[in-house]
Design a protein around this ligand. Structure first.
Ligand code: PEP
Ligand code: MN
Length: 334
């Protein structure tokens, strides 16, 4: 068993717990992981008065083992409901994130935002693009971030974009409300530690070939640095199937929700690669219990500099979101 001390627990509170363990003749080890103090106990749980321990000042939760993800896991004796306010988002579910794959110009993001801003929780747009070919459009960098900030100010909608390095995180920090870690960087542990140290919410996409355990451990890396405001995003995984860009693993949604208290959203755009598959998979994701969606939209998909094939036209996006919201409401009345 692991006793997880809260981020602001004091040495005295740790000592109080330890004195109690010594009194009970329970052996222990104290570990510092990031900003956390964890007390590892070498006993099975029926020897421990759990409720009593959990009520010690400074104790945040009790976890059953390392494999159970002490910080982001659904620990017993404790259930945390996530708060969208802490994520810099308005308290409205489902979480709808939409915008172009890449910011291509000021006009482009303004045109898209004008049509969708009142239907979304967060506007997305890539500034630094992780492209397979070094000759493909790599994103507009700092100019894109400036346009995103202007969108935020004009339409009162928070904005998110991906960063791929510590340098980009520093460059982008002031422009963004939420930071995205893309599939290709899910196990970039140094970057995970960096986003864990800053105070903005993080969207962590599932790696191209990552198991659920690897994905959740990546989120735990962020959380050990103090930032627990993490949204997990399922975006499909690599399989032998050639009919879609990736294979959408919808079963990850209920699995992840049973193991953590973090919100889980689904990106049907990157998961399928085709705009006509976005609606059925978006609805399926909501039916599977997803807390929200990330969808790529474009004002002229056939002219998009990246991911045009999977980008929805603006009118179609609005129609789909109406259905998504109705289905979400129905799901929460069951
Ligand atoms: C994106 O959302 O812009 C993106 C590149 O997605 P992924 O990291 O899931 O491939
Ligand atoms: Mn894209």
């Amino acid at each position: 068993m692991i006793i997880v001390m809260s981020l602001d627990s004091t040495d005295m509170q740790v000592n109080d717990v330890v004195s109690r363990l010594e009194m009970e003749k329970i052996s222990y080890n104290i570990e510092k992981v990031g900003l956390r103090t964890l007390i590892l106990l070498a006993v099975n749980k029926d020897r421990i008065d759990e409720v009593f321990l959990a009520n010690y000042p400074g104790v945040e939760s009790l976890a059953s083992s390392w494999a159970s993800l002490p910080i982001i896991g659904k620990n017993y004796l404790e259930y945390r409901e996530y708060s969208l306010k802490k994520f810099n988002l308005k308290e409205e579910k489902p979480i709808i994130i939409a915008g172009p794959c890449a910011v291509e110009s000021r006009d482009q993001v303004f045109d898209i935002a004008k049509h969708i801003h009142d239907k979304i929780s967060l506007f997305r747009g890539g500034a630094y693009k992780p492209r397979t070919s070094p000759y493909s459009f790599q994103g507009m960098g700092i100019d894109a971030l400036k346009y995103l900030k202007e969108v935020k100010e004009e339409f009162s909608v928070p904005v998110v974009s991906e960063v791929m390095s510590q340098k980009q995180l520093e460059e982008a920090y002031d422009y963004l409300d939420v930071i995205q870690i893309g599939a290709r960087n899910m196990q970039n542990f140094e970057l995970l530690k960096e986003v864990g140290t800053q105070d903005k919410a993080v969207i962590l996409k599932r790696g191209l070939s990552a198991t659920i355990e690897e994905w959740l451990n990546a989120a735990e890396y962020i959380a050990t640095r103090g930032n627990e405001n993490i949204i997990l995003c399922e975006r499909g995984i690599r399989t032998f199937s050639k009919d879609t860009r990736n294979t959408l693993d919808l079963s990850s949604v209920p699995i992840v929700k049973s193991r953590t208290h973090l919100p889980v959203i689904v990106d049907p755009s990157h998961a399928t690669g085709y705009w006509n598959l976005v609606e059925p998979m978006a609805l399926a994701a909501i039916a599977a219990g997803a807390d929200g969606l990330m969808i790529e939209v474009h004002n002229a998909p056939d002219k998009a500099l990246s991911d045009g094939d999977q980008s929805l036209k603006l009118e179609r996006f609005n129609e789909i979101i109406t259905k998504v919201k109705k289905l979400y409401q129905l799901m929460t009345t069951f």
